[in-house]
Write a protein that binds this ligand. Sequence first.
Ligand code: VG1
Ligand code: CO
Length: 557
Amino acid sequence: LKVNTIPTKPIEGQKTGTSGLRKKVKVFMQENYLGNWIQALFNSLPPEDYKNGLLVLGGDGRYFNKEAAQLIIKIAAGNGVGKILVGREGILSTPAVSAIIRKRKANGGFIMSASHNPGGPEYDWGIKFNYSSGQPAPESITDMIYGNTLSISEIKLADIPDVDLSSVGITKYGNFSVEIVDPVSDYLDLMEDVFDFSLIRSLVSRSDFRFTFDAMHAVTGAYAKPIFVDKLGASLDSICNGVPLEDFGHGHPDPNLTYAKDLVNIMYSDNGPDFGAASDGDGDRNMILGRQFFVTPSDSVAIIAANAQEAIPYFQSGPKGLARSMPTSGALDRVAEKLNLPFFEVPTGWKFFGNLMDAGTLSICGEESFGTGSDHIREKDGIWAVLAWLSIIAYRNKNKSPGEELVSISDIVKEHWATYGRNYFSRYDYEECESAGANEMINYLRDLISKSKQGDKYGVYTLQLADDFTYTDPVDGSVASKQGVRFVFTDGSRIIFRLSGTGSAGATVRIYIEQFEPDVSKHDLDAQVALKPLIDLALSVSKLKEFTGREKPTVIT
Ligand code: VG1
Ligand code: CO
């Protein structure tokens, strides 16, 4: 194998955020931009992690993935990787990459995606590296990659032709080989191990249960038909926007109430389906809707955890432990308490769950940002969440004869609230603010918490604690600081502020608002109504309008 050494120079700003490196496509298309980062990654890994090793490569089908795949394959070969497994047409969802790394005992893998960010020549591209147990690379590695991007001087590029990604099979180039794999089969095998597919089929194929899944023209388009239609008996027309497109059909593939508007309209129409779900660009997020009913992601993970043991074979001996990211509501905490399970609160971003899973103390976890998953892999998993919900509903209805009224999603959620209380939750996003104002606001809040003390009054609320969240990983002792400014009040209410680490332009401010309501007679309020006093408090405490000039959020979930 001939390897060419291409001279290069460092390029500023290649620091990884919450989940990989994300920039506008045009930034990635600059000469050597992607090549520098990939080479810096190899410069950061110990040689035994890749020399003659096995890596996985795939992505969400967005614009620029095909060119990027060819470059990544050549740099991998140039650095002495033995074999690379690539999803056909460059397609692999994030959860599928994690599953394949684990199943094939690969050293790691690349995911070409900017997740829920829009795609196309004017929009975003991104790259993420996952490690040998399928988890996103820890900060110790991503920091080293960043360091190496600042001193890089050459890229090692194998002199091989572009690889045909369109059909399954192995091609050898000296002692390097490329295997194109079906994007679905390993992942589907895993789902069949985790869930009872015949139980789910008994629900999905009922004539009195209507299911709809919106793939948002993103990567789950490749998975939805083989899984929901071919395996589980859903009708073909239950899949919407089921073909992955390079620009996601001009959409914003983020499954929430704002960007998945088509699905929301279907679910809130008269006589809509019983179950609606959507997933994001790379297939790791999910939104679950019942008929005229929205399940918040924070409630979703709590309800899955509470019902997992009876409805999902993978959890038949009960989950080992539960965890959520800090801004996610405390609904899951109450389930952990009742089931007497170990419980963890980690910073935003899936990479913090992996160590706990590897240590055997965590099975089910989630984030408020439409991320739910378990230790079957080391990423959040959109289709897994849909299958988990279908399992719970199927289990609850398995003895119902045709025509008998089925237990619905809203019945299950309301029952859960009656048992555990309801954690009202909402997130306000202010996207693409001026960075300077957003940073000043966070600095102002940091200053405020340093001066505040327990017992301070904030309107009707009394302060329990205010801090900038710090997490010490119980497994490896690593510390992540400045993970979000939080005000926790004595009744358990919280307001939290952080800046997004996944945007590609300006700064996105996120405000998270939560209030616990034990009283069943107050569980039927609209979250915006129930939380109004706290939302007003969050806006006034942060002086958000003053700092950012924004009157209204761009997205409310
Ligand atoms: C956001 C979410 C976070 C999630 C991350 C990656 O990060 O808040 O919970 O883990 O996206 O999700 P941030 O820093 O923008 O708040 V995905 O679907 O992009 O892999
Ligand atoms: Co995603």
